[in-house]
Design a protein around this ligand. Sequence first.
Ligand SMILES: CC(C)(COP(=O)(O)OP(=O)(O)OC[C@H]1O[C@@H](n2cnc3c(N)ncnc32)[C@H](O)[C@@H]1OP(=O)(O)O)[C@@H](O)C(=O)NCCC(=O)NCCS
Length: 180
Amino acid sequence: MQRAYAHHIRAMRPDDLDAILAVQAACYPPAMQEAAEVLLARMRAAGETCVIVEDGEGLCGYLFACPSRRGHVTPLGAEFDAAPDADTLYLHDLALAPRAHGRGLARWLVGHLLAQAREQGLNASALVSVQDTAGFWTALGYEAAGTSCPEARAALASYAGGARYMVSVLTAPGAPSQSC
Ligand SMILES: CC(C)(COP(=O)(O)OP(=O)(O)OC[C@H]1O[C@@H](n2cnc3c(N)ncnc32)[C@H](O)[C@@H]1OP(=O)(O)O)[C@@H](O)C(=O)NCCC(=O)NCCS
């Protein structure tokens, strides 16, 4: 895609926090906003999979993700669980500042981390779709999926109504079985 602005993806840093909180506040109602300490803990726990995108004005979007297990859901407001036996890249939160919507940056951020996940041998990516974004995720290859374990269902219930667990298989054969 041709972009009218220069954009750059890089790893998230603790000093990005204020700009990330500003994007979060612009994108989510108060009940869905997560605490600064939790965001910092996620950067520490999953530094390689938490990225931001910048334009000429500074940080304009972010994606928090972590290596996880298929079927696992991170509750709203919770820190990431380390998954030493990860098989899935879990996308926890993707948000773009309103000024940057429609530039293809959300798709670019996701594609950036999915390419990394494939290189690392992860065979799926999963997420919880909120705020009527299922169509966006479907276009990126995700499909609504069931969550068989009670912990995951309880975690899903921490999101507002309409939240949907979705999965994209990154490797064709031998899709992994569901596990928490
Ligand atoms: C969802 C979000 C990240 C998409 O950002 P964006 O800047 O519109 O995304 P892109 O420009 O990369 O769009 C890629 C494609 O998805 C489409 N799209 C964007 N939002 C969509 C939605 N809610 N439903 C269906 N399609 C959508 C775009 O039209 C575009 O389609 P195209 O390739 O045919 O032109 C952005 O709207 C946002 O930050 N929302 C608030 C936070 C949020 O709800 N995040 C999702 C959490 S699960």
